[in-house]
Design a binder for this molecule. Structure first.
Ligand SMILES: [Zn+2]
Length: 466
């Protein structure tokens, strides 16, 4: 789990939290990146994306660091899942149910239409608007959508709710059809909706007089889904145990990362399962008990010595507790076993540089260059690469790396300055020069837009220049 943000600007290679990478600097919500989590999201959503008639290459499921139980669609084809939703889901089938529903919004083009119809409220297409109310009740700061609830614009709200309710129903139906086509049971979808409904009752929002009108997660909605799901041949289909095991791992490590203290309570020492060890490894690591964290990682490796994510975890703990030289062989092994996971490669690059051994720099450069070619949405990788260019005295390419990093972090001003510096030192019309020019132009545009419209607040689409 990797934290980037302002930390990324520090050259110090001390306790960076790797594997869950936070790469959302401009907006209120931060994106968490983790190889194992992204792989699971991809594998459980791919059949649903296909069933929706969408291109799996274009659709992304992205994890946001946010405790509230929510999911929404933004930026066209990106499904955002809150960390709070993932830790609240009881099984992988529930998560698939949520993703199927959100894909219903994507395929229905709901976001575009909402942009036209509902002004400031467009940025939340949520599982249930009641969740927004629940979040407000829990003291969350209002975002664009919640602002409407606060404003007391009842008339506008009524229109918006009717509009939203129609979209919710259509997303429900679409989601149900994707689950059916993909041969996935709708049981989880229903379970999760009911779980949300119970939460609403606990918060007593149901007694609001406007409830019937403003409540998209109605009993009717659940009944409609029940009828569809029960008839489906996949209804009784059990959950794939392999997927479920992966889900339990991802949930446990996220829990350990997000809230170490809670993780220790949920996964006490008596829990000797893989998720138990996983959650505690992160919790101890974040709580600065490196020895206990390593021992949990070793327990995991005893069950599966080749597992690239267990190796990544151990390497991360060693690296971040100041033992880069011990981390290097462990991370090399991890990269070897998961060659298509660039974020692990970046961690290896980080360890190689942190070893402060000149002999390791060539390998670091090679590893990091390959990583940014595969996944150019990792500001930390560019930070590391920039350090290598600096070390080599290649100032223009160090500037280009800085431009790339600032572009990804949403700092067009700094990206522009660095891109200009890079262009002055790199021979014209070479690939690196053209890349610097691209960033220059994109940044220039972004600055113009910022001036016109004020600062953008919607989450940036990962992998695309701002
Ligand atoms: Zn929805």
């Amino acid at each position: 789990m990797t934290r980037f943000l302002s930390r990324a600007t520090r050259i110090a290679v001390t306790a960076l939290l790797l594997a869950f990478a936070i790469v959302q600097p401009a907006a209120a919500q931060e994106v968490l990146r983790d190889s194992e989590t992204e792989l699971l999201f991809h594998d459980i959503s791919a059949p649903l994306v296909q069933a929706a008639g969408l291109d799996p290459h274009n659709v992304k499921v992205v994890l946001l660091k946010d405790d509230s139980i929510n999911a929404f669609v933004a930026g066209g084809q990106i499904v955002y899942i809150h960390s709070g939703l993932l830790t609240a889901a009881d099984n992988v089938n529930q998560l698939q149910g949520v993703i199927a529903h959100e894909l219903g919004h994507v395929a229905g083009g709901h976001i575009l239409r909402m942009d036209e119809g509902a002004g400031a409220a467009t940025k939340i297409s949520i599982l249930s608007l009641v969740l927004a109310a629940a979040a407000i009740a829990a003291g969350a700061p209002p975002d664009a959508g919640m602002g409407i609830l606060y404003a007391g614009q009842r008339a506008a709200l009524g229109d918006f709710m009717a509009f939203t309710r129609a979209q919710e129903s259509s997303a429900d139906l679409a989601g149900a059809s994707y689950l059916s086509k993909a041969g996935v049971s709708g049981r989880g979808s229903l379970e999760f909706f009911k779980k949300l409904q119970n939460q609403e009752y606990r918060l007593a929002i149901y007694s609001e007089d406007s409830y019937d009108r403003t409540h998209p997660l109605s009993q009717e909605r659940i009944q409609a889904l029940e009828e569809i799901y029960h008839k489906d041949p996949s209804w009784a289909k059990p959950i794939d145990p392999a997927l479920e095991a992966r889900f339990e791992r991802v949930k446990a490590k996220l829990q350990g990362y997000i809230d170490p203290q809670l993780a220790i309570r949920k996964y006490p020492e008596s829990d000797q399962t893989v998720p138990g060890h996983y959650a505690r490894a992160y919790a101890y690591h974040l709580g600065a008990y490196p020895d206990k964290a390593v021992s949990e990682a070793d327990s995991l490796l005893k069950t599966a010595p080749e597992d690239p994510f267990f190796l990544e975890l151990k390497g991360q703990i060693l690296l971040e507790s100041g033992k880069p030289k011990e981390a290097i062989p462990v991370l090399r092994e991890s990269v070897k076993n998961a060659p298509d996971q660039p974020m692990i490669a970046v961690m290896l690059g980080h360890a190689l540089i942190a070893s402060e051994d000149d002999k390791n720099f060539a390998e670091a450069k090679q590893v990091l260059k390959a990583a940014v070619n595969r996944d150019n949405d990792n500001p930390f990788a560019w930070l590391q690469l920039g350090m290598i260019y600096d070390h080599e005295g290649d100032t223009p390419r160090a500037a280009l790396a800085t431009a790339e990093r600032n572009n990804l972090e949403g700092n067009p001003k700094l990206a522009l300055t660095s891109a200009r510096m890079a262009m002055m030192g790199i021979p014209a019309n070479t690939p690196d020069y053209l890349r610097a020019q691209d960033i220059y132009l994109v940044s220039e545009n972004a600055l113009k837009k910022d001036k016109k419209r004020g600062v953008k607040v919607e989450p940036r689409e990962p992998g695309k220049p701002k």
